[in-house]
Design a protein around this ligand. Structure first.
Ligand code: CO
Length: 167
């Protein structure tokens, strides 16, 4: 399993909701460790399943605020509330090596998701963790952080990624 680069179509389409009747807990735990492993190996702070070619609605988010370098595994995540304040952060993405984008996001979001036991969880994300979870949920919906770029700027990004990957 390796990371998929833009503009691979895996990054441009919506992932499938996970149905707990069709997927075993072991399968979910395997995906979770695979994604966390890949994220750590590539020194990322978040990863969506479609970035490693798994067309399922799940992602991992690293939590710098946690006591023991925890990462959170989110199944079928969706934003259910967002604060009015915004935050601009220079974002990177493992699928866009060498690219950074100043992106405006909600400073605080509440996300509803399921854990590997199928329990529904609501969690408030703030600061960098909020930026990260919004970025990953976008991925799961087939949205990337350059979707609002014009065609010419998108081409420039693609060229830069190709150069990086070949070097
Ligand atoms: Co990303």
């Amino acid at each position: 399993m390796s990371i998929i680069y833009y503009p691979n179509k895996s990054l441009l389409s919506k992932t499938e909701e996970i149905n707990f009747n069709e997927v075993s807990k072991q399968q979910l735990l395997d995906w979770k460790s695979l994604m966390i492993e890949e994220m750590i190996k590539l020194e990322g702070i978040g990863l969506a399943a479609n970035q490693i070619g798994i067309n399922k609605k799940m992602c991992v988010v690293y939590l710098p605020s946690s006591t023991n370098n925890e990462s959170l595994f989110l199944i079928n995540p969706k934003i259910i509330r967002a604060g009015k304040d915004s935050i601009i952060y220079k974002e990177g993405c493992l699928s866009f090596p060498s690219i950074q984008v100043d992106k405006k996001r909600n400073k605080i979001v509440t996300v509803q998701f399921e854990n590997e036991d199928g329990e529904i969880i609501e969690r408030v994300f703030k600061g960098i963790e909020s930026v990260c979870v919004q970025h990953e949920i976008d991925h799961l919906n087939g949205i990337t952080f350059i979707d609002d770029f014009n065609e010419q700027d998108k081409e420039a990004v693609i060229e830069k990624i190709e150069k990086f990957v070949q070097s």
